[in-house]
Design a protein around this ligand. Sequence first.
Ligand SMILES: [Fe+2]
Length: 385
Amino acid sequence: MSIINFSQTYQYNFPTTIRFGAGVIKELSAYLKDNNLSSPLIVTDPTVAELPFLKEIVSDLKLARLKPDVFCEISKNPVKSDVLKGGEAYKETKSDCIIGIGGGAALDVSRAVVLRVNHKRDLFDYDDLIGGDKYVTEEVPHFITVPTTSGTGSEVGRSAVISEDESKKKRILFSPKLLAKIVFADPELTMNLPAFVTAATGMDALTHNIEAYLSKGFHPMCDGIALEGIALIGQSIEQATKDATLESRAKMLLASLMGAVAFQKGLGIVHSLSHPLSSLLDTHHGIANAVNLPYGLQYNYDGFEDKFEKMAVAFGLPNGSGDKFIDHIFELNTNLFLPTKLTGLDVKPEHVEPLSDLAVQDFCLPSNPKPATKADFIKIYNSAL
Ligand SMILES: [Fe+2]
């Protein structure tokens, strides 16, 4: 149990307005008009651009005499040139605000375009890891987000992960100015998500809530949000995956938002295990987290039994089940038809060394409740093979 120092000071941020519920997307036109906005640039991905609900959003905006344009030329793993093209599209269409609609990739590009419009240095001069946020000094366009998956929670975030075109190296653009002014979180937009995507993105949301709750630091508000996020996912992830109802999809959408709000406190070793899998083997982030979650939790368990007890009870297990929580996560993966071993993700013994080299440098590791060395990562990856 960590010792709390009450003579220290802390900062807590909960700034985003969230409209949540079935049908809130219909409020978009009125919101734009109330804010004297008339020409939104919708930034989305090519798949979402073809879906009926996106076409309906565009036609509703036109019916309200607004002038929407759609920019959807973005890569699956967004790169700098996507953002530069989006910035040009904003100028050419004479847009006056940006609406990001989609999953993590679309929302990351939309947020990076928000930055790009009035910030003309090389895009990666703004990389947060080299102190680039100090250059984010200009005004940014009015920014609205509409999530269509329940996983990353990027709709409430303030950073965008964009890769270099050639090397695919991931860079992080960050500024509190990149927060959406409002999120329209409408669970009806998630109703047609396939089972596999629901399970994989849902496990990312669960990992966010769990890692935020376990992460270092004194943040009782985030802890409360994370525990309730774990509870909502415990109540709904299997139903949302196997036999989706509005209630189960609504709970998953809310829990993914809550996970992202909570992880302002920090993430941990599960994300450090997963990020290298995406960099080296292009593994889906949610699946990587699903597989790594129980193994990362095994590493963290000793010394944090009280927190595991609270998470187990939040998830719906009986009192006194803290030591069963990890087994329950293994069973959950099986019930969701997800792999439980890294071999199920085509990881081979020879990958363990390079994966461990990257994991030990991962930016999520410093907030894990326990430190970890390269040797620890080798052990964890081997146990998960
Ligand atoms: Fe994540």
